[in-house]
Design a protein around this ligand. Structure first.
Ligand SMILES: [Zn+2]
Length: 336
């Protein structure tokens, strides 16, 4: 029997080039003023010793990352995200069908049922955002796949507005269509471009509309100049920060497993580029984050127990539930 709140077993390590360094980087120096990780996937295992979600959160707390938005990419991971948010004060949840997943579900005639399930999850306490949804023209280039993504994106926008939730957008090689869709359907009051990937032009559109830009590891990369230029033109009140863990690990640990405790590297690189004090920027971003999602303790945790018990391998001794097995891998959601 499958536990309804056990997420897909996904292992990034098994999906990608196994030659990369699979060790978790050391913890950075703790922040003085705490921030939140606006977008992470704690259910995706990575590294030679995958961590339980509570270890991720404990290491994050120790360096001043006080909470995370745990993001679903399909019905099962969305359900899991809502379930841990209900049990864990450091977690709020976002639920959605990822655009690449939407294309696959549509092919199988399963998209409508999945969107209905997301609509139901959106009503749960501590579900604060609809995401990640949007358009991904990098991985999906067929006409029908793009049409399915668009249909799913439009429906997610409606769900976010119906439940008065924030929207977390995945936009990969699709800036113009994402913006056009938001304008056509009408953007929710709090709209976030997760892993912001535009330059000055897109940043100006966000600034005009009051949409938020959440920066991930790439803003620290050598080739991240466009992102840093975008940072310069965005009002500070629209800035957010995220890891998108286990992907997009910030410099100087690019390629190694990512986790919310590595967020300070990205925040410090942003402050450094902006020529501002790290604590000032942290205070601004924390306040922005609470504007978008509310307070982490606004809805107290209520559900008893824990979906993975104490350790993933305690309930699922064979094999370790978070280590991932190639035969159970589903599609790669990651990278943004
Ligand atoms: Zn993501």
């Amino acid at each position: 029997m499958t536990d309804p709140i056990t997420p897909h077993v996904r292992s990034r390590a098994a999906m990608e080039d196994a030659s990369r360094d699979l060790s978790y980087p050391p913890s950075p120096e703790a922040l003085v003023v705490a921030v939140y990780d606006n977008h992470t996937h704690l259910e995706i295992a990575d590294g030679e010793n995958p961590m339980h979600y509570r270890e991720h959160l404990d290491r994050a707390s120790a360096v001043g990352v006080r909470g995370v938005v745990q993001v679903g990419t399909d019905v099962q991971t969305s359900r899991w995200s809502a379930a841990i948010a209900a049990r864990e004060p450091r977690v709020l949840a976002a639920v959605a069908i990822h655009p690449n997943e939407a294309a696959t579900l549509a092919e199988n005639g399963e998209l409508d049922a999945a969107l209905e399930a997301i609509d139901e999850l959106a009503a749960q306490p501590r579900v604060v955002a609809i995401g990640e949804t949007g358009l991904d023209f990098y991985r999906t280039d067929s006409e029908s796949g793009r049409a399915a993504q668009l249909r799913a994106f439009e429906e997610h926008i409606r769900i976010a507005k119906r439940h008065n939730l924030a929207l977390q957008i995945h936009d990969r090689d699709a800036h113009d269509d994402v913006v056009a869709t938001l304008r056509r359907v009408g953007a929710p009051e709090r709209t976030v471009f997760h892993c912001f990937s535009g330059g000055i032009e897109l940043a100006s559109i966000l600034a005009e509309n009051g949409w938020y830009a959440s920066f991930a590891g790439p803003v620290t990369f050598k080739n991240g100049r466009d992102l840093r230029e975008a940072l310069d033109v965005l009002p500070r009140a629209l800035l957010l920060v995220e890891t998108d863990a286990p992907f997009l690990t910030p410099h100087p640990f690019r390629g190694r497993p990512n986790s919310p405790y590595l967020l300070p590297h990205t925040l410090r690189a942003m402050a450094d580029h902006l020529g501002t004090d790290v604590s000032m920027l942290a205070a601004q971003i924390s306040s922005n984050t609470e504007q978008v999602y509310g307070q982490w303790d606004a809805e107290p945790v209520t559900a008893p127990g824990d979906p993975w018990a104490d350790r993933p391998d305690a309930e699922h001794p064979e094999p370790d539930d978070v280590s991932g097995r190639p035969d159970e891998l589903t599609t790669d959601q990651g990278g943004a």
